[in-house]
Design a binder for this molecule. Structure first.
Ligand SMILES: [Zn+2]
Ligand SMILES: [Zn+2]
Length: 248
């Protein structure tokens, strides 16, 4: 079953993608299910849709598209929440009585405010790498997520030795197992110069060793040409590796 659980539309301020066009492309390419996961960022409103739209607006918009394209394709109306663990009250208030179909939890910054989701100059120090993984641990411990997104995002632009983070990854995976949180295989890195999977194979090997099962596949699409790019590649690489993962 062809699925993509990480897509940004024009609701995200860093995307101009028309959801309708994306859905048509997905149907042509035989996707059975896709999830729109626009940025909800209370610490960084410059990426987020919450200042312009109520959650009801967003929800209603995708409800119409769901109805328009059923049963050709199943559309999930999700969100990618940045630094959720630091903004829990705002997020809960914003959703009100509504519930997204899918919640991606993401760390995009190092405290206090260093953005590591965009290209940066110097590789992170070991202390910064540790602090990054600790934030991910806190995120999975304290928030209700369906998916932990792009673990190790800072490696998307510069190579790093992530060894210092592996013990914390182990703790992260234990919590995820207990709470049935899936690990995202984010292949946006294949479109960048590093050509890396997020997370790295080192981390995926550890996930398999710790008996992590659930994964999701996410292109992190921000424009139409991102969608489906490398998708078959990703499936065959995972297949070759022989991981016992289950795609949610
Ligand atoms: Zn984005
Ligand atoms: Zn993200």
């Amino acid at each position: 079953m062809k699925k993509d659980y990480h897509i940004h539309s024009y609701f995200s301020k860093d995307s101009k993608l028309d959801p309708d066009k994306l859905i048509q492309k997905a149907i042509e390419l035989n996707y059975q299910e896709i999830a729109f996961t626009d940025h909800l960022e209370f610490l960084f409103p410059q990426w987020s849709f919450h200042e312009e739209y109520s959650y009801q607006d967003y929800y209603d918009f995708f409800s119409l598209l769901k109805a328009k394209y059923a049963p050709k394709i199943n559309i999930l109306s999700g969100v990618e929440i940045g630094e959720y663990h630091q903004t829990k009250t705002q997020v809960t208030d914003y959703f009100g009585h509504l519930k997204p179909d899918l919640i991606l939890g993401s760390i995009h910054t190092l405290l206090p405010k260093k953005d590591i989701s965009l290209p940066f100059q110097e590789p992170l120090s070991p202390a910064e790498i540790i602090s990054y993984y600790k934030s991910n641990l806190e995120l999975v411990e304290t928030c209700d997520l369906d998916i932990l997104a792009h673990l190790g995002i800072f490696t998307r632009f510069l190579p790093h030795n992530i060894k210092v983070g592996l013990p914390i990854c182990k703790d992260i995976f234990q919590v995820m197992k207990e709470k049935n949180i899936a690990l995202e295989i984010n292949f946006s890195g294949l479109r960048k110069t590093t050509k890396q999977f997020l997370p790295h194979f080192q981390v995926l090997d550890l996930y398999a060793m710790e008996e992590g099962k659930l994964i999701s596949i996410g292109s992190d699409t921000h424009q139409l040409s991102d969608f489906d790019d490398n998708y078959d590649n990703v499936l065959s690489i995972l297949d070759e590796k022989g991981y016992p993962f289950l795609v949610v």
